[in-house]
Design a protein around this ligand. Structure first.
Ligand SMILES: NC(=O)c1ccc[n+]([C@@H]2O[C@H](COP(=O)([O-])OP(=O)(O)OC[C@H]3O[C@@H](n4cnc5c(N)ncnc54)[C@H](O)[C@@H]3O)[C@@H](O)[C@H]2O)c1
Length: 358
């Protein structure tokens, strides 16, 4: 049995697709402070099959009907990127707290408009950058903030693997599909340069900002060879830290995301695993104070559950929001657009000046 808190967040999940199947439905059920009250998907056959597995109290085929349910406090939005902003806007208007999948949206303008609505609402809004809940990354962040002193330089990288689907097929539940699912017109995943930036770049820039703070400007180089897409990006952080980001999708090697940070009184090196292993990143923090490397082990690393628990703790108990805020989501969108624009000609691009999408 999963031990549950007395006070729990009543969650409705929008979308019974792959991310809900592999993460949000089980994670909501396992979260100590949340209940899966409802599930909504237009695809009725998929909805019924997922409801049989995860037993929400209610199911909905219409989103507006789920939003009208007074016994739902918060919505998890697990649908295509192009729908994130309009469906989050609807949830905010209905007075529901929101945890929306990353990336926040697909253009700077729509993300800015959503920010205005979120700020006016007073509701809790979180973006699904689940890597923030990797206890290894959290350990590194605390070390950087509390022990490292001034930071000189931060490098972060993210490589997907040609072989990741062999791993995810083994790690995730057998996927269920339907011919009746709702997806954006055309094929948004068809333009790989754009899709990879949105789906993978959103994790990389968020981790870089989580550790290094605001990014002011970027200068990117891009290459597409064989079926791989690579971005090498010089980054200036607001506090003067020198930054570098690499994104290569996919590589002839293992999935890896990681970072190296060099500071006044220490350094950090971290290597993360494919998130579906639910295993904390391997992080080593060198402290000049004792001239030793420090590592953590044994923490719960089910990031999809931990992000729901953090979201619920903020709503139920007013705890500091550990997950990505609306401001983080907007800043990540600006960073991705700036990288994409800079990659066109190699010029430095200021995040404050970008518009449009990637
Ligand atoms: N954080 C992570 O590690 C991670 C991993 C994978 C995917 N994602 C994100 O998850 C999101 C969703 O991915 P997916 O592959 O599950 O999407 P998908 O499009 O395959 O599935 C979405 C489901 O939502 C339903 N739906 C869409 N709009 C609806 C509406 N208005 N009303 C009712 N039902 C609706 C569809 O019918 C479909 O079943 C993406 O933004 C992606 O970036 C995040």
């Amino acid at each position: 049995m999963i031990a549950k808190d007395a006070k729990r967040l009543r969650i409705g999940v929008l979308g019974a697709g792959p991310i809900a199947q592999a993460a949000h439905l089980e994670a909501t059920r396992k979260a100590r402070n949340a209940d899966l009250v409802a599930l909504c998907d237009v695809a009725e056959d998929l909805l019924d099959r997922m409801a049989a597995i995860h037993t929400p109290a209610r199911t909905y085929t219409r989103y507006d009907a789920m939003l009208a349910d007074p016994e739902i406090d918060a919505i998890i939005i697990g649908v295509a990127d192009q729908y994130h902003v309009p469906l989050a806007q609807q949830a905010i208007q209905a007075g529901k707290h929101v945890l929306v999948e990353k990336p926040l949206g697909v253009s700077v303008e729509e993300c800015e408009a959503l920010r205005a609505a979120v700020q006016a609402s007073g509701l809790v809004f979180q973006v699904g950058n689940n890597r923030r809940f990797d206890p290894g990354i959290a350990f590194a962040r605390t070390f950087i903030r509390e022990q490292m002193g001034q930071v000189m330089a931060l490098k972060a990288w993210y490589y997907d693997s040609f072989y990741r689907y062999t791993m995810t097929d083994n790690l995730q539940p057998v996927p269920l599909a339907s011919a009746a699912v709702q997806r954006p017109a055309g094929n948004p995943k068809g333009d790989k340069q754009r899709y990879f930036m949105l789906t993978h770049g959103s994790h990389l820039v968020d981790t870089a900002r989580y550790l290094g703070g605001e990014i002011v400007q970027v200068q990117a180089r891009f290459s597409n060879r064989f079926s791989a897409y690579g971005w090498f990006v010089a980054v200036d952080f607001a506090d003067g830290t020198l930054g570098h980001l690499d994104l290569i999708i996919p590589v002839q090697g293992d999935f890896e995301d990681g970072f190296q940070v060099f500071g006044e009184r220490g350094s950090v090196i971290a290597r993360g695993y494919l998130p579906w292993y639910h295993k904390a990143s391997h992080v080593e923090c060198f402290s000049a104070a004792d001239r030793q490397y420090h590592r953590m082990l044994g923490e719960d690393a089910y990031t999809y559950k931990l992000q729901i628990e953090g979201f619920a703790d903020t709503i139920l108990h007013g705890k500091v929001q550990l997950g990505a805020t609306i401001d983080d989501g907007v800043a990540a969108m600006r960073a991705m657009v700036a990288i994409a624009k800079s990659a066109e000609n190699g010029h430095w691009v200021q995040l404050a000046e970008v518009s449009g999408g990637v």
